[in-house]
Design a protein around this ligand. Structure first.
Ligand code: CA
Ligand code: CA
Ligand code: CA
Ligand code: CA
Length: 551
């Protein structure tokens, strides 16, 4: 049991007024969370047909009051359901029923939130896994824009033609606006065995009782397609071919994330597939359509992915070893499933053939892995793995729990250190973390002088900077210094972009050698954990940070 309590420090980052109350008293606590949820939404809220198949999740401010709200997409491959928003009551609590319900329904996958059109309000992109009759080709992607604090009732952008379970927002071409990466394909190779799940009460969900692979007009799965990124054009997306970047290969991917994995200051994109595929960003244009790195193992279709520029932030010896955490799910096919870590200890793994690597760590148990995130929960400066599998190891029943593997800065133990109570089993699909009542927010300042030591040979600038610990609550101010203009304060949505909760800022104009940047941000060591439940008779759960929890 570890009781190290240290202040998060990152290279070149100054954190001021970081609260330290949580380490007082010398109480031996593994993690500052109760093993039972602090709050659950009502899965049978008015307006949703039947019980809520909660799938996608993001914590992001939608109504513009500065407090993070809960955005949820529901339906999965089980029911036609809505996208919903639960507004933070400005004290970290939420209503049991949503404050906003989309005007349309779909078989929703996961979602991504960010200010796509640069007006200062967060917009919502949602994957559509399958068409209304479970058709593969009628899945796709859609975007709800935010009108000064309220999402439009219907999406303003939609594209179809492929099944999609996951999506992510990031600036792949380094021009200061958010591009939309879409993980596509449908893996499930057999008629689903547990697609018959019934809600224990009010089981009136009008599900489309058609088994996917028994539909004569669906091709036989796995259904592989080109994965893609919609390139932001003046605040919106288009389905026109010159606005969509496509991978050369067709493959199945269930999750995608952005991250500067080769640390050259240009954003890259990672598709959780078999194998995991990394495409490297290039300054002022889109990536090559072939991967710059793939995982050596081909653990069947991934179901969750996260990226960290470092998992060892402890002030004693911080490192900058880029790390990908991937979750895979053997329900969806071959492979063992479970969780894997890919660490890039040396850049030559990406620079030279064969540009592949094995995981540096894999969980002892495989299984039906799903969502995965990295964050420091026990305040020792090392990122922990917060993850989940649908089932307990070796048991084909949908009764998973939240699992936490405590990091030591370089790897994780064989099995989890902490689990939520098995009295509250779940089928978790998405996890997000934030300080929902903002009570422990502290300011951090990131400053750097731009040099070209990590740039590629022809590269003459960089656009993306990681500013601090893994989860950032807010970006407060961004300044740029140049010889010609001195310090200039920049404008969000015009001069730079970011997405809520992530720790990077991406600039519209590349930073050149000799420039300086200063970024003021807010961070919290007291993160609440939120996840969606795909069980139709369970709501979405919040585990509040509790300094006096003894579990
Ligand atoms: Ca809010
Ligand atoms: Ca917006
Ligand atoms: Ca862009
Ligand atoms: Ca890069």
């Amino acid at each position: 049991m570890r009781t190290i309590c240290s202040r998060l420090l990152f290279a070149l980052v100054i954190l001021t007024a970081l609260p330290s109350a949580s380490c007082s008293g010398g109480k031996q606590t593994l993690l500052p969370y109760s093993t039972t949820p602090s709050f659950s939404t009502d899965p049978f809220f008015p307006g949703q047909e039947g019980g809520d198949f909660g799938t996608g999740l993001a914590l992001a401010d939608i109504n513009g009051d500065g407090f993070k709200d809960m955005v949820v997409s529901s339906g999965n491959d089980k029911a036609l359901q809505h996208v919903t928003v639960y507004l933070n009551r400005q004290d970290g609590t939420f209503p049991e029923n949503p404050d906003w319900i989309s005007g349309d329904t779909d078989h929703h996958g996961t979602l991504a939130v960010g200010d796509i059109n640069g007006d200062g309000f967060n917009d919502v992109a949602v994957s559509v896994f399958l068409g209304k009759g479970l058709e593969y080709e009628k899945g796709g992607i859609k975007v709800y824009y935010n009108q000064r604090g309220t999402l439009n009732p219907l999406p303003s952008f939609t594209d179809t033609g492929y099944p999609s379970f996951g999506c992510a927002l990031g600036d792949i071409d380094g021009d200061g606006d958010l591009d939309l990466a879409v993980a596509c394909g449908e893996p499930i190779p057999e008629v689903e065995s547990f697609a018959t799940q019934e809600c224990s009460r009010k089981a009136k969900t009008k599900r489309t009782n058609v088994k996917k692979s028994s539909r004569t007009d669906n091709p036989q799965p796995p259904f592989k397609v080109q994965n893609r990124i919609y390139i932001n054009q003046s605040g919106s997306y288009s389905a026109q071919p010159d606005s969509v970047w496509l991978t050369e290969d067709s493959f199945v991917s269930m999750a995608v994330t952005f991250g500067d994995v080769n640390t050259d200051g240009l954003m890259d994109v990672i598709f959780d597939s078999a194998p995991v595929r990394l495409y490297l960003g290039r300054l002022g244009t889109t990536p090559a359509i072939t991967p710059g790195w793939t995982s050596e193992d081909q653990n069947y279709y991934g179901n969750g992915i996260d990226y960290a520029p470092s998992i060892h932030l402890a002030p004693s010896q911080p490192d900058t070893v880029p790390t990908i955490a991937a979750s895979s799910n053997c329900y969806m096919g071959k492979g063992r499933g479970g969780f894997s870590l890919y660490r890039f200890l040396a850049p030559f793994v990406i620079q030279y053939e064969p540009r592949t690597s094995w995981p540096t760590w894999s969980s002892k148990y495989g299984g039906w892995g799903s969502a995965i995130r990295m964050a420091d929960l026990n305040k020792d400066g090392n990122l922990d793995l917060i993850t989940h599998r649908w089932n307990p190891p070796g048991r084909n029943e949908l009764a998973g729990t939240l699992l936490v593997y405590l990091g030591n800065g370089s790897t994780y133990p064989d099995t989890w250190d902490w689990s939520s109570s098995d009295q509250y089993t779940s089928i978790i699909e998405a996890i997000d973390l934030a300080d929902l009542d903002k009570k422990a927010l502290a300011q951090g300042i990131y400053e750097t002088n731009i040099d070209d030591s990590k740039w590629g040979e022809e590269q003459d600038g960089q656009s993306v900077f990681y500013v601090g610990p893994q989860i950032i609550e807010e970006i407060s101010m961004v300044k740029r210094w140049s010889q010609a203009s001195g310090w200039v304060q920049l404008q969000a949505g015009k001069d730079y972009t970011f997405v809520p909760g992530r720790s990077w800022v991406s600039f519209a104009a590349p930073l050149r050698r000799g420039n300086k940047v200063q970024i003021v941000f807010m961070v919290s060591p007291e993160l609440d954990i939120v996840y969606t439940n795909w069980n139709c008779d369970k709501g979405n759960f919040i585990y509040n940070y509790q300094p006096n929890a003894t579990h």
